[in-house]
Design a protein around this ligand. Structure first.
Ligand code: ASP
Length: 309
């Protein structure tokens, strides 16, 4: 009997390579909910395997049984870590099946609430005045927050002390507590904090403003003078290499259905994310896109000389 005939007949685990409560986790939990119906009422469980910029979780899925019951939901880290990590125990393009992209999410540049700068120009002055003392939180080397922070430091030519966490949920806690000064994070995690006024928000990382009630007022870094600054974080779904083709086809069909779910779309849009509707829903296109992103971000990482062991 082909494997897909019965699939799924037990719970599916979606590994999120970051801590619970952060932006990748939030996307995964909403996505898991949207996948339930297209997968015939299946149970989808999110497992958080944070650490080392997402590479621990990705490595776990690369080595998991290729049966469709362990999937990975990961972001741009799929494209940054192959260049950044000298020792990665998996190969992104060889060790995974590509199942389609889910969304594109802008980032926001945040400061702790007690930071004495309400506008970006004042923020820049504060950065200049506090050179050598600034702490920048991130989710480890190769994470989205690391990438955005790296590009921001290069653009303003100020080095900061990076403080790595297992995800931006714990990093956000420390930003709220004032233990760290600044952070870049996806709007899926920052919209609520910005709306509540519990952090200072200076800009968005994409070249276009983000058209939500909470975020529309934020200028882009590009319009603030960092010409061409553009970091947009995509999320995609992956299975271990060797997962049967009929199972992959079933998951891809469910993903396409899930992304049409009006509740899912509404939630994502409210948080500034754009649900994918283009060719990247197609596994071959998804893989091609990630390969191009590996080249694109690889060049940025090499130029910055940022490597991890
Ligand atoms: N936003 C994180 C990152 O910087 C990951 C997370 O916790 O979702 O990659």
């Amino acid at each position: 009997m082909p494997a897909a005939a019965a699939y799924p007949d037990k719970p599916i685990t979606i590994v999120v390579p970051f801590a619970a409560g952060g932006p990748t986790d939030k996307v995964a939990r909403d996505f898991a909910e949207a996948m339930r119906k297209p997968l015939g009422g299946a149970t989808l469980v999110v497992e958080n395997v944070g650490g080392a910029g997402g590479t621990l979780g990705a490595g776990k899925v690369a080595k998991a049984a290729p049966d469709g019951y362990t999937l990975l939901l990961f972001h741009v880290g799929m494209a940054t870590t192959p260049t950044m990590y000298r020792k990665l125990n998996y190969k992104v393009l060889d060790d995974f099946e590509f199942l389609g992209m889910i969304n594109d999410v802008p980032m926001t540049l945040l400061g702790r609430k007690t930071l004495p700068a309400d506008t970006y120009p004042d923020f820049l002055k504060w950065l200049q005045a506090n050179k050598g003392k600034i702490n920048l939180a991130n989710a480890g080397q190769g994470s989205a927050s690391h990438l955005c922070g790296l590009m921001f430091q290069a653009a303003v030519q100020i080095d900061m002390t990076t403080v790595p966490y297992k995800g931006t949920a714990p990093a956000m806690n420390d930003l709220l507590g004032g233990q760290v000064d600044i952070m870049c994070d996806q709007t899926t995690n920052t919209t609520g904090q910005i709306a509540a006024g519990s952090v200072k928000a200076y800009a968005v990382s994409t070249t276009k403003r983000v058209n939500t009630p909470v975020l529309a007022k934020l200028p882009t870094l590009d319009e603030l003078g960092l010409k061409g600054f553009n970091v947009s974080i995509w999320h995609g779904l992956y299975a271990p290499k060797g997962t049967p083709a009929d199972v992959l086809a079933k998951v891809n069909a469910a993903l396409r259905e899930a992304l049409k779910d009006p509740e899912f779309i509404k939630r994502q849009e409210g948080l500034g994310a754009v649900v994918v509707t283009d060719g990247r829903l197609n596994p071959a296109e998804h893989k091609k896109f990630v390969a191009a992103e590996i080249d694109k971000w690889g060049a940025v990482i090499k130029a910055a000389g940022q490597y991890a062991d």
